[in-house]
Design a protein around this ligand. Structure first.
Ligand code: ADP
Ligand code: MG
Length: 694
C-alpha cells in the first residue's frame, strides 16, 4: 500500500486503535503530522565498536549482550545503583546507572542491547556511567541502531522509539514522488531538494551524512523542510500586507512650507541624523493614501518622542486629531507635560485623559474630542478602546509598545477608523521576531543618541558587597544626585515581593539613609498616589525611589544617577537594559548596579555579563532572544508567535530571512499562483495558530 501525506496514522502497520488514540493526543493524526515533527537531534550509531577497542574519554557505541546485572542499595537512604556488564565477542564492560532502579526490569541478563555514552576510566577500570541504552529486538534493526539515528521529543505517551519506528514504516510506504506546493522555478533557483527526499533524509539520513551538519539542521533536506514552513508563513503575511495596502484612509495630510515652518518652530534642539531620517520616513508615509502602520525603534533616550510630535504636528496642521498613548499613567502624565510645554505657543489644544481623570472632567474631555476642539489627546493604551468618538482622528501614536499595537489597530478598525498608526519601542525587536509579528509593519530606526550623553557604568555585584554599594549611593546623594532602587515583582509571588520592597524602603529610610528622603512606588498603588510620588521624585523632593518595575519604561528624571537593581538575576536582559536607560540622562556620570543573590543559574550569569559588556540595545535584544528563546522574549505568554513545526526562530533566522525575501518578491511581482494562495488561505491560520487581528 502507498500512502499520501493526509493518510491517517491509524492505517499504518502496527497502529491499533489504542496507539492511534495516543498519537492523536500527542497531536499526531496524519502521516504529514508525523513527518513534519523533525528529530531534535541525531546520533551516529552506524559504527559499533568492539568493546576491546574502547578508549577512555570518547563517546562510543557498543552492541552486546547483558552478561550480568545487579541493583545495589547504598548507605544513602533511597539511593540505588544499577550495575550491568555488557559483553561482545571481543570483551566486556561495566555500565553503571545512578538512581534508576527500574532498569533492573529492562536490562535483564541475556538481552541484546546497544549502549551509547562516554567511556570513563577509574581505579576499577573502563566503564560507562549513565549511558544511553536501547534493547535490540529483531524487527527494529536498522531503525534504532547501526545507522545515524534520529531522536524525537517524547510527546505524551508516544515514546521516541515508537515514533522512530512509525516514521520508518511510513517512509517505506511513500510513493516515489510527492506533490510540491513550492513554485518550481524557486525550487530550482534555490536548489531545494524534492519534498520526498527532504522528508526521508531529514528523518533517516544516509550513513555518510555529516552528523554535525545534521545536528545544526543545515543538511539540504532539513533546510528544505524549514524553508518550506517559513515560506508558507511569509506568503500569508505578504498577502495580508498586500491586501491591507489596498485600503485607503479618509484624510490624507499634505505637507507644505507652512507645515514645515510650524514644525521647525517647536523644535527645542537640532535633530540627530537618525531622528531626521525617521521623521522623514514617517511623514512620507502620512502623505500616502494608505494608512501608515509603522514601528519606530530607538534605544532608550534616543529621542523618539520629539519625532512622534513632529508627526502629530503634521496631522494637526491638516486639521486632524492625534491620540498619543503610553503604557502607564505616569508615563502618559509625563508625555502630557512635555508635549503641552512644547506646544504652548501653538494654537492646538492638548488634553490628558486617563483612568484616574475624574468623571466630570472626563465627560467634558469627551465632548471636546468629539467636537474637535481637542487636537491632541494623551492617555494610556486604553484610550482608543474607550467609548470616545473623535471628530477627525488622523494619527495614533502608541508609545513603548512592541506587542499590542496590533490589538489597538484592530480596535480602531472596529470603530470604522483608519488613521495612521505609529508604534514606538525602546525594546529593539530582534530581526527574526520582526519577521514574524511585524512582517506587516514598516520599521524606522533611530540608530544614534543625542549628543552629550555620558555612558552608564554597569557594575555586577554579589549580595556580600552591599555595603560598598551603599557607599557609592551615599557619595552620589551627597553630590545632590538621586537614585532608583528596583525590586522584582514576579508573577505568583507578588505579595512576598511587595513585602520585600516595602521592608527595603523602610530599612533604607530608617537605618541607612536617615538624612535623605526615601519613598516607595508600586503597581498596586492608586494612580494619583503614584503620580504624586513620581512628580516629587522628578522635582527632587524624594532622593531614593524604591520601586517595583513600574519605572521601567519611559520615565525621565535626568538628575537620577544610580539605578540599583535588587535580585538582578531575576530580570530579563531587555528589561535590565530598559532600567539602565533610566539613568545617564543628565550631565553626570551614572551607575547601574546589578545586585545578585546566589545561587544563580548559568543563564542568569550570562545575562548580567552580557548587559555589562554592551550598551547596544539591538545587540542586547539579540542576545536576550538567544538566551530566553522566542516564547519568553517579550515576557508574556500570549506571545503571538507562530506555532512552528520544523523551524526554530533563533537557530534558523537566516532561513527566515530568505523565506521573507522570496515571499515578498513573489507577491509583489504578482507571481503568486492561485493554487498557492488558496493553500495559504485555507491552511495558514490552522498551521501557524496566530490570532487574527487587524
Ligand atoms: P526615548 O526615545 O527613550 O523616548 P525621549 O524622547 O524621552 O527618548 O528623549 C530623551 C531625552 O533626550 C529627552 O529629554 C529629550 O528632550 C532629549 N532629546 C531628544 N532628542 C534630542 C536631540 N536631538 N538633542 C538633544 N536632546 C534630545
Ligand atoms: Mg520614550
Amino acid at each position: 500500500m502507498t500512502l499520501d501525506l493526509s493518510t491517517p496514522l491509524q492505517f499504518l502497520k502496527g497502529v491499533g486503535p489504542r496507539k492511534a488514540a495516543d498519537l492523536t493526543r500527542a497531536g499526531l493524526v496524519t502521516v504529514e503530522d508525523l513527518f513534519y515533527r523533525l528529530p531534535f537531534r541525531y546520533e551516529d550509531r552506524s559504527r559499533m565498536q568492539p568493546i576491546a577497542s574502547l578508549k577512555p574519554g570518547a563517546k562510543a557505541a557498543v552492541l552486546g549482550e547483558i552478561k550480568s546485572a545487579r541493583l545495589a542499595v547504598t548507605r544513602r537512604r533511597g539511593f540505588k545503583i544499577f550495575n550491568a556488564v555488557v559483553g561482545d565477542a571481543s570483551g566486556a564492560i561495566r555500565c553503571t546507572w545512578m538512581n534508576q532502579p527500574f532498569l533492573a526490569d529492562i536490562l535483564q541478563p541475556h538481552r541484546s542491547v546497544v549502549i551509547f555514552g562516554d567511556v570513563n576510566l577509574d581505579s576499577t577500570g573502563l566503564h560507562f556511567l549513565n549511558p544511553e541504552y536501547e534493547l535490540v529486538t529483531d524487527d527494529i534493526t536498522g531503525v534504532h541502531t547501526g545507522r545515524i539515528v534520529p531522536f524525537y521529543e517524547k510527546t505524551g505517551s508516544v515514546t521516541p522509539n515508537m515514533q522512530r519506528k512509525l516514521v520508518r514504516v511510513a517512509i517505506d510506504q511513500l510513493p516515489a514522488e510527492l506533490p510540491d506546493i513550492l513554485p518550481a522555478s524557486m525550487r530550482a533557483r534555490l536548489q531545494l531538494v524534492p519534498r520526498r527526499t527532504a522528508i526521508a533524509d531529514s528523518h533517516f539520513p544516509s550513513n555518510d551524512a555529516p552528523v554535525e551538519q545534521l545536528n545544526a539542521f543545515r543538511t539540504p533536506a532539513q533546510r528544505r523542510m524549514i524553508f518550506e514552513e517559513f515560506f508558507l508563513f511569509q506568503i500569508g503575511h505578504a498577502w495580508r500586507r498586500h491586501a491591507t495596502g489596498i485600503e485607503l484612509k479618509p484624510f490624507v495630510p499634505a505637507v507644505d512650507d507652512r507645515v514645515r515652518a510650524a514644525a521647525a518652530k517647536i523644535l527645542p534642539f537640532r535633530l540627530t541624523p537618525g531622528q531626521r531620517q525617521a521623521a522623514k520616513e514617517i511623514v512620507d508615509d502620512m502623505r500616502r493614501p494608505q494608512p501608515m502602520h509603522r514601528l519606530l525603534q530607538g534605544d532608550v533616550g534616543a529621542g523618539k518622542t520629539i519625532v512622534a510630535l513632529l508627526a502629530a504636528l503634521v496631522a494637526m496642521e491638516n486639521g486632524l486629531q492625534v491620540a498619543f498613548m503610553a503604557p502607564t499613567e505616569i508615563l502618559a502624565g509625563q508625555h502630557f507635560g512635555n508635549i503641552a510645554r512644547l506646544l504652548s505657543q501653538s494654537r492646538f489644544r492638548v488634553d490628558l485623559l486617563t483612568g484616574s481623570t475624574p468623571g466630570l472632567k472626563k465627560h467634558t474631555l469627551h465632548a471636546h474630542i468629539e467636537r474637535g476642539t481637542t487636537s491632541l489627546i494623551v492617555g494610556t493604551h486604553a484610550l482608543v478602546q474607550e467609548s470616545i468618538r473623535f471628530h477627525k482622528l488622523g494619527l495614533v501614536v502608541i508609545d513603548e509598545q512592541h506587542r499590542f499595537g496590533v490589538a489597538q489597530r484592530a480596535a480602531l478598525r472596529a470603530k470604522g477608523l483608519r488613521p495612521d498608526v505609529l508604534l514606538m519601542t525602546a525594546t529593539p525587536i530582534p530581526r527574526t521576531l520582526a519577521l514574524t509579528d511585524y512582517s506587516e509593519l514598516d520599521v524606522s530606526k533611530i540608530p544614534d543618541l543625542p549628543p552629550g550623553r555620558t555612558p552608564v557604568m554597569t557594575l555586577v555585584k554579589p549580595e556580600s558587597r552591599r555595603d560598598e554599594i551603599y557607599q557609592l549611593l551615599r557619595d552620589e546623594l551627597d553630590k545632590g544626585r538621586q537614585a532608583y532602587v528596583i525590586y522584582p515583582l514576579v508573577e505568583g509571588s507578588e505579595k512576598i515581593d511587595l513585602k520585600s520592597a516595602t521592608e527595603m524602603a523602610d530599612h533604607l529610610q530608617a537605618e541607612i539613609f536617615p538624612a535623605y528622603r526615601v519613598a516607595l512606588l508600586h503597581g498596586r498603588m492608586k494612580a494619583d498616589a503614584k503620580e504624586r510620588i513620581m512628580s516629587a521624585f522628578a522635582a527632587g523632593h524624594i532622593h531614593i525611589l524604591v520601586s517595583t518595575t513600574v519605572v521601567e519604561v519611559g520615565v525621565d528624571v535626568p538628575n537620577a544617577s544610580v539605578m540599583l537593581v535588587e535580585h538582578a538575576e531575576r530580570f530579563g536582559l531587555s528589561q535590565l537594559h530598559q532600567l539602565r536607560g533610566r539613568v545617564g540622562r543628565g550631565l553626570w556620570a551614572s551607575y547601574c548596579v546589578l545586585l545578585y543573590q546566589s545561587p544563580w543559574t548559568d543563564e542568569a550569569r550570562e545575562r548580567l555579563k552580557a548587559l555589562a559588556s554592551t550598551t547596544d540595545g539591538f545587540a542586547i535584544a539579540e542576545r536576550d532572544l538567544e538566551l530566553r528563546g522566542p516564547g519568553d522574549f517579550f515576557g508574556t505568554r500570549q506571545s503571538g508567535l507562530p506555532k512552528l513545526r520544523t523551524g526554530d526562530l533563533v537557530r534558523d533566522r537566516d532561513i527566515m530571512e530568505e523565506a521573507h525575501r522570496e515571499a515578498r518578491s513573489i507577491v509583489a511581482d504578482g507571481g503568486l499562483s492561485a493554487e498557492l494562495l488558496q493553500f495559504v488561505q485555507e491552511k495558514w491560520q490552522a498551521q501557524f495558530g496566530l490570532i487574527e487581528v487587524g
